[in-house]
Design a protein around this ligand. Structure first.
Ligand code: NI
Length: 155
């Protein structure tokens, strides 16, 4: 395992669209293991493969020590709205508000190619959206907004 350098938003590579994983092999497992080591070395809720320079549709989440790997994730359902301040290991700028669905359902595969469905809300839903955006070259800084009255974290 190895800690990999994190691509910054000033590098155009971060804007590239990642490609679906076709083979669930040791190369994928090594990537995932390195991503865990890289994320565990930093303070963050998630990390996508593009952030370590690999254009594969893969991300990991570590929320309250619940660790999940997502391969080829697709958000199949969204409902409601919420506003949280987001940051990113690829963006060295202040955290800021983004509008996200309150609840999302995501269909993805684990590292062995087993399909699973996860419905989540609150911060986990924010992170699933943030990381899925990375796979399409999108960053939270593209989507900064002013929350409506009563919807901000500190209202
Ligand atoms: Ni990010």
């Amino acid at each position: 395992m190895a800690i990999r350098p994190i691509v910054q938003h000033t590098d155009n590579f971060i804007r590239k669209v990642s490609k679906p994983v076709k083979v669930f092999d040791e190369k994928l497992w090594e990537l995932l293991d390195d991503m865990w080591e890289t994320l565990d070395d930093r303070i963050g809720s998630g990390l996508s493969a593009v952030q370590v320079g690999v254009l594969k549709r893969v991300f990991i989440l570590n929320i309250n020590n619940m660790k999940i790997e997502f391969v080829n994730p697709v958000i199949t359902k969204k409902s409601g709205e919420q506003y949280h301040k987001e940051g990113c290991l690829s963006v060295n700028l202040p955290f800021d508000y983004v509008k996200r669905p309150k609840q999302v359902t995501v269909v993805a595969y684990d590292r062995f190619g087993n399909k699973f469905t996860l419905t989540c809300e609150e911060w986990t839903a924010v992170c699933v959206c943030h990381e899925t955006d990375h796979l399409d070259g999108k960053l939270y800084i593209d989507q900064i907004c002013v929350p409506p009255k009563g919807m901000a974290e500190d209202d």
